[in-house]
Ligand binder design. Structure first.
Ligand code: SF4
Ligand code: SF4
Length: 352
């Protein structure tokens, strides 16, 4: 554990504010499942506490949603401490089966899903529109490439009108590994080399996990924008029709609270239909329950977190809209009464 993490642990005055907001504590109810308890466990690990199964579960059940950091009156950063402690334990060979599986698949296949298919096949006939050099690169991401290929192609088909290209040999951005404490190995350098080759100054992504990783974990000062930011700036030039719809919006934690992107998705929604906010929103938005490896490692906990987020939806909306494929996937698992859409799906409905 480095000095910064220890300072953060020592900043904790045990006030318990984080207990009142932590979505995982809300479900599990044990002190060890909120930031305050996890900080004590992280401190114990730094002091030589043996990382048995309970310790690993305590540390790995955190979605890294950052809500505790947002409310902490002492300026402690529990999600970062937890992530760094996971990393220390991984370095010493102490990790869960889920962590092992994610890391192994990313190393073997270049994606944490274990997909062996050609990653860029989502391009279809749009492969002919890929430029070798461009100012902007669209980073499709693993879920975009393998789980939502049609949405990803339709997103690129909009973006290519603005001279955007893609990476021919894109691999996972590294997010699932970094968030669960593993080393991303060659993934980052492989993507960076290709971005450099295109000459692009800006990378566009539609995934909150890719966004925060490209922005905060990649070593070079790339300009990273979410696809909603890129398109919100260009709405005036689009011929959009007004839809007779009311939707609500789920803020992905790693896009909103952790990186401050709140307005662009809302600008798109308000340009095409009515928006009614969820009970908690913007900086205070509750997590969908998927991040930090929780969907992979603790699927039932993850589903319950999603179910509780779904309970925050206002009545009478036509769709639940979000701006991240991982949030979308897990929100669907929470059993909403309406369809979950990506922000690009909604924009496209107004473009038809
Ligand atoms: S809110 Fe901050 S200071 Fe208070 S218990 Fe949680 S981590 Fe500690
Ligand atoms: S990051 Fe989120 S899930 Fe993790 S301890 Fe903080 S509030 Fe709880």
């Amino acid at each position: 554990m480095d000095g910064m993490d220890m300072r953060s642990i020592l900043k904790c005055v045990r006030c318990g504010t984080c207990r009142s907001v932590c979505p995982v504590f809300d479900v599990i109810g044990w002190e060890s499942s909120c930031a305050r308890g996890r900080m004590l466990v992280a401190h114990g690990v730094a002091m030589g506490l043996e990382a048995d199964k309970d310790v690993l579960d305590t540390l790995n059940m955190c979605t890294t949603c950052g809500l505790c950091e947002y409310v902490c009156p002492s300026g402690a950063v529990p999600a970062k401490v937890i992530e760094h402690t996971r990393h220390q334990l991984v370095l010493h060979g102490r990790l869960t089966e889920a962590q092992k599986e994610l890391a192994g698949r990313a190393k073997d296949f270049g994606n944490p899903l274990g997909e062996e298919r050609e990653r860029m096949s989502w391009l279809g006939e749009s492969a002919k529109d890929v430029r070798e050099r461009a100012d902007y690169v669209f980073f499709a991401g693993c879920l975009g490439s393998y789980r939502y290929p049609e949405l990803t192609k339709r997103t690129f088909d909009i973006l290519k009108n603005y001279g955007v290209t893609v990476l021919q040999e894109e691999v996972c951005c590294g997010s699932p590994l970094l968030r669960t404490g593993s080393d991303p190995g060659r993934l980052i350098s492989k993507n960076l080399e290709q971005i450099k080759k295109t000459g692009a100054h800006t990378v566009i992504t539609g995934c909150a996990g890719c966004y925060t990783t490209l922005k905060n974990d990649y070593p070079e000062g790339l300009n990273i924008v979410h696809v909603s930011e890129f398109l919100a700036d260009r709405l005036d030039a689009m011929d959009l029709k007004k839809l007779d719809l009311k939707v609500t919006y789920h803020d992905p934690c790693h896009l909103g609270r952790c990186n401050g992107v709140f307005d662009a998705p809302r600008d798109i929604i308000k340009a095409v239909c009515d928006l009614e906010e969820m009970k908690s929103n913007r900086e205070n938005a509750r997590c969908c329950g998927a991040g930090g490896g929780v969907l992979k490692g603790y699927p039932e906990l993850s589903r319950e977190l999603s179910r509780r987020r779904i309970e925050e939806m206002p009545e009478g909306v036509d769709y639940l809209v979000t701006a991240c494929p991982l949030c979308r996937t897990n929100l669907m698992r929470g059993g909403p009464k309406v369809e979950v859409l990506d922000i690009i799906d909604l924009l496209e409905m107004a473009m038809e």
